[in-house]
Design a protein around this ligand. Structure first.
Ligand SMILES: Cc1cc2nc3c(=O)[nH]c(=O)nc-3n(C[C@H](O)[C@H](O)[C@H](O)COP(=O)(O)OP(=O)(O)OC[C@H]3O[C@@H](n4cnc5c(N)ncnc54)[C@H](O)[C@@H]3O)c2cc1C
Length: 303
């Protein structure tokens, strides 16, 4: 079986691509590790047009159900480990099976970045977390630290103010990067302390996290704060090792695309956060997924 299109990824970009491909009636296979991608980690989405407020999990459930309403072949819980070529066609490999297609859309998004500091790995699941949606209730009445003062870190802090006794938000740069309106809401809770211009050096504890050490980047002085939990929210990184041969990457590992979602290899497209498109938002990833299918459909007409 040779597919017209294989879509890799089941986040907003991949799901939208799937919906568009199904409506174009091109023979499509969508392969994904999980459903919903990063959005499932978002507490509340307030910028999806048409819905005033919805949890990330619920929004992605609705998108996935929408996709599954169409006739489209899906392989879930599969991770693509290699992408190769056979003449003009692509061979996509999930480690167990290989699939062939005339075009491929890579929509594999991003995954959380690590700090690479002592204690981070040791206390994972023992006080160190990357997912407040999953773990927040475990930190009821505790003091916790959120590392990262961008919108994602603010999202974690918003979740934690519902449970924690105190929430520290630590930011590497001189100013918090998240939206001022969210910062204001957090400040109003009365339990959030913002600490800027610091580098977190170590997470300490015995069985469970007990404290965190940070360095003031201005004077080099170390401070230790007692916390029972540490949420790491320092951005995301792109991982496209499986396709590296066929795409150009920018200096932060994102796939370089043109305005029609073409990569450097004809027939190979990319969409969403995995690409060098500047803004990383659900509505943008969806738009990019749609564009990639339209471009792939045009490409198929030339074959
Ligand atoms: C905590 C948080 C809160 C956010 N809040 C908002 C918000 O309020 N509003 C907003 O607009 N945006 C928000 N965002 C950003 C938004 O989630 C992303 O821009 C969007 O999810 C990008 O979609 P994507 O499909 O490109 O990638 P992702 O969402 O990362 O999805 C990638 C998909 O690819 C799959 N995948 C990855 N590698 C492979 C592989 N090798 N093989 C098979 N499948 C694979 C993954 O399992 C996943 O399903 C938030 C992000 C985070 C982390």
């Amino acid at each position: 079986m040779i597919y017209d299109l294989i879509i890799i990824g089941g986040g907003p970009a991949g799901i939208t691509a799937g919906i568009y491909a199904a409506r174009k009636k091109i023979k499509t296979l969508l392969i994904t590790k999980d459903w919903g991608g990063q959005v499932t980690k978002a507490i509340e989405i307030e910028n999806w047009p048409g819905i005033k407020k919805i949890s990330g999990m619920d929004l992605m459930k609705q998108m996935t159900e929408h996709l599954k309403n169409f006739e489209i072949e899906i392989k879930e819980h599969k991770e693509i480990i290699d992408l190769d070529k056979n003449g003009d066609n692509f061979i996509v490999n999930d480690g167990e099976e290989k699939y062939e297609a005339k075009t491929v859309i890579i929509a594999t998004g991003k995954i959380p970045r690590s700090l690479n500091i002592p204690g981070e790995d040791q206390f994972k699941g023992k006080g160190v977390s990357i997912c407040s949606t999953c773990d927040a209730p475990m930190f009821k009445d505790k003091d916790v630290a959120v590392i990262g003062g961008g919108n994602a870190g603010f999202g974690v802090a918003q979740d934690m103010v519902k449970y924690a006794h105190k929430v520290y938000v630590l930011e590497f740069f001189e100013e918090m990067k998240g939206d001022p309106i969210t910062k204001e809401k957090l400040a109003q809770s009365g339990i959030v302390e913002f600490i800027t211009n610091v580098a977190v050096k170590e997470i300490k504890g015995t069985k469970f996290v007990e404290s965190l050490v940070y360095e003031d980047r201005k004077n080099g002085k170390n401070t230790e704060i007692n916390v029972g939990g540490v949420f790491i929210s320092v951005g995301m990184s792109a991982k496209v090792g499986f396709a590296e041969k066929w795409v150009e990457l920018n200096n932060i590992g994102e796939i370089v695309i043109d305005k029609d979602n073409n990569t450097k290899t004809p027939g190979l497209f990319a969409a969403g956060d995995i690409t060098d498109i500047k803004y990383e938002q659900i509505v943008i990833a969806c738009g990019e997924g749609a564009k990639a299918v339209l471009a792939a459909t045009d490409y198929l007409k030339t074959k």
